[in-house]
Design a protein around this ligand. Structure first.
Ligand code: ZN
Length: 290
């Protein structure tokens, strides 16, 4: 992949119009997805935005964060976005790769396409390497937005802290590498991947979450756990996803084709659509380039 690597560029300052960290107020009246068709899809390809400033060099980031000691660890440390104050639901699907599962749940993707439901897909480098054809196909589909799920699927830590037995990154330099090596792969797939990052296991410390922002991306988690790490039955998935309402960010997985996720979504999506719920990608919810 190195031959395809482009010069990395940072994103502009992100004016998060609608997506919010848990400590931020969720003001009403934020822009929704607009008068979209039935389910919020059929929109133009993703935003392109103005020229991006250069990516901060590793040395700059290391200098800026030297001596910072993490004080928090978890799924929703300060600065991590877990909801959007919009009238739609943002579905997100992780593709972890490696021992976390390198399969491709084409049935799940078919359900999203059937109902014209947009989603943000968090791809890990290992999953992309195992599924180059599917990755290219998803990148070319304007229904979907690609985002960064890390390179080695590590919990994002500056001290090596582990989650679920998976050791975290162990330094600011390792965090930088974990985020940006995969970013280069995403930029090889699509001109404008979303400015979103979710680490392997979804765990961060507060310093690592700040590093994500320092390189121009936004750390994202969720407010609804749709498939329990691809362990839920179809009925459980349908129940949990069916709880989603305006502003929720739902996490599920697209790398376990044998799990209950696809069948759960097949049941939940028509019900939610029937209730008038609409869907959005994170970029259309957050309007980060506007
Ligand atoms: Zn994952």
């Amino acid at each position: 992949m190195l031959a395809r690597r482009r010069v990395l560029t940072a994103l502009p300052a992100l004016a998060l119009a609608a997506c919010a960290a848990p400590t931020a107020s969720l003001s009403s009246g934020a822009k929704g997805p607009g008068p979209a068709p039935a389910h919020g899809a059929a929109e133009a390809p993703g935003p392109t935005g103005p020229a991006r400033p250069p990516l901060p060099a590793l040395e700059q980031i290391e200098g800026r964060f030297a001596g910072r000691v993490p004080a928090m660890w978890g799924l929703a440390v300060p600065g991590v976005v877990t909801r959007c104050s919009v009238a739609s639901v943002a579905l997100t699907f992780d593709a972890c790769g490696g021992p976390g599962g390198a399969g491709y749940d084409s049935r799940l993707i078919a359900a999203l396409r059937k109902y014209r439901v947009p989603a943000t897909l968090f791809l890990n480098s290992r999953w992309i390497a195992a599924n180059p054809g599917a990755a290219a196909e998803l990148a070319a589909d304007p229904l979907f937005e690609l985002a960064d799920h890390g390179t080695a699927h590590r919990p994002l830590s500056v001290t090596g802290r582990a989650a679920y037995g998976i050791p975290g990154t162990s330094s600011v330099a390792a965090v930088y590498q974990e985020i940006l090596s995969n970013r280069a792969h995403l930029e090889g797939l699509t001109r404008a991947p979303g400015p979103w990052y979710r680490p392997g296991t979804a765990y961060y410390d507060d310093v690592a979450a700040d590093v994500v922002r320092a390189v121009g991306l936004v750390p994202v988690n969720f407010s609804v756990n749709g498939d329990g790490g691809a362990t839920f039955s179809p009925a459980q998935v349908a129940t949990e996803v069916g709880r989603a309402r305006a502003g929720d960010i739902v996490i599920s997985h697209m790398n376990h084709p044998g799990a209950g996720t696809a069948r759960g979504y097949e049941a939940a999506l028509p019900r939610l659509i029937g209730m008038g719920i609409s869907f959005t990608t994170l970029s259309r919810a957050g309007l980060p380039w506007e």
